[in-house]
Design a protein around this ligand. Structure first.
Ligand code: GLU
Length: 387
């Protein structure tokens, strides 16, 4: 398949990192409970087109339960939680295999990641999941993500992949999230009841009015429901990620969207990195401080990451991923960031070269104590003279 022509009038143009969420209703044939092979291979061609253009793609694919319940010949209708979990266990293997085949034709390696709610919400697990996905993307693979339905109990389940996809978008600072759905977007009224209903092509804020539009559609109208899609939009927009809802029932839905196809676009007011930094800056209390020397602050001001070599001491007790203050003696707090090390480990590597980290700690952590993407400097940090 050829590459996708990205229209300059389209939000997908210029995307660097895209998450594509695929609902069960699209991927799995309801009657047979089987994966729609042709549809999947056309979508895989679209995805391969992005990949070829060096746009990073992460797939969030539903369908495990739908495929598994058929295989296990479970009754139709609502399943008990343990039946859903059994179905997911059976279906997920088949789902992963289908993706492996569909993208393998394009010489793309897929990597399966199964996440639970706490993997995206709990700081340390969040950082680990993020590092893994980042590594897989750097290695040129396409991660295929689903909820870990087999172990997630009711209370710790997302239950829908719309919100899971938005959390993943937030976690890895994706710039675009595409929800492939059985509707082509958000309408001001239910289009099945009113043929004059208008598609809302752009939403810049989820107002009560917008929420009321989603509520108007009867349940079952789309897989996750329009309400969960709006919940996803809120998460995505707050993270600086643009989100689209578009019709995935057609062939090559992604290339259709890339060339300006019908959709509702949810536009955030900031970029992913700005949103992330806003979140770090807005954290109410820092767990501790990393004290740095004058040379380090000047490096940070020129846009560099904080290396252990520039750290003179550690204050307080914190875990990897906690928000910490960055302090310069005699100057005060000059910024905030996410520490890549716990306070115990940070103490041990303070003032040392990054290449010595593995020898000192017994594992190879990050070269940086605080990565520049995880760092926010105070606007009015004065120039510090190096002794
Ligand atoms: N994780 C579920 C599955 O793979 C789907 C959840 C959803 O439909 O959003 O079957």
């Amino acid at each position: 398949m050829g590459t996708i022509e990205l229209s300059t009038h389209n939000q997908l143009s210029g995307s660097r990192r895209v998450i594509v969420k695929i609902g069960s209703a699209l991927l799995v044939d309801d009657d047979k409970g089987e994966i729609r092979g042709t549809w999947l291979s056309e979508l895989a061609s679209d995805i391969a087109g992005f990949h070829k253009q060096k746009i990073e793609v992460v797939i969030v694919s539903s369908g495990a339960i739908a495929v598994g319940r058929n295989r296990l010949e479970l009754p139709s209708g609502e399943l008990a939680l343990e039946q859903k979990q059994a179905a997911a266990a059976t279906g997920q293997i088949r789902l992963a295999h289908a993706w492996q085949q569909a993208l393998g034709i394009h010489n793309i390696t897929v990597a399966q990641i199964l996440l639970t709610l706490s993997d995206t919400e709990e700081r340390r697990r969040h950082l680990n999941a993020r590092a893994t996905i980042e590594t897989l993307l750097k290695l040129g693979t396409i991660p295929v993500i689903n909820e870990n339905d087999t172990v997630a109990t009711e209370e710790i389940r997302y239950g829908d992949n719309d919100r899971l996809a938005a959390r993943v978008a937030q976690m890895i600072s994706a710039d675009t999230l595409v929800l492939l759905s059985d509707v082509d977007g958000l309408y001001n009224e239910d289009p099945r009841l009113n043929s004059n209903a208008d598609l809302i092509s752009e939403v810049t804020e989820i107002t009560p009015e917008i929420e009321a539009m989603a509520g108007a559609a009867p349940s079952g109208y789309s897989s996750g429901g329009m309400l969960t899609k709006l919940e996803a939009a809120k998460i995505a927009m707050a993270a600086g990620c643009t989100m689209a809802i578009t019709d995935g029932t057609v062939m090559n839905a992604l290339s259709a969207l890339a060339s300006g196809g019908r959709a509702t676009w949810f536009m955030p007011s900031s970029e992913p990195l700005t949103a992330r930094k806003g979140w770090i800056a807005g954290t109410v209390s820092a767990a501790g401080s990393i004290v740095i020397d004058a040379g380090a602050i000047n490096a940070l001001k020129s846009g560099k990451s904080l290396l252990p070599a520039g750290v003179t001491s550690i204050e307080g007790t914190f875990e990897r991923g906690d928000v910490v203050n960055i302090r310069v003696p005699g100057v005060g707090v000059v910024g905030r960031g996410l520490s890549a090390y716990s306070s115990d480990d940070a103490i041990r590597i303070s003032g040392r070269k990054s290449r010595d980290i593995e020898r000192i700690l017994g594992y190879r952590g990050r070269d940086e104590m605080v990565h520049r993407d995880d760092l926010v400097l105070e606007m009015n940090v004065v120039e510090v003279n190096q002794k």
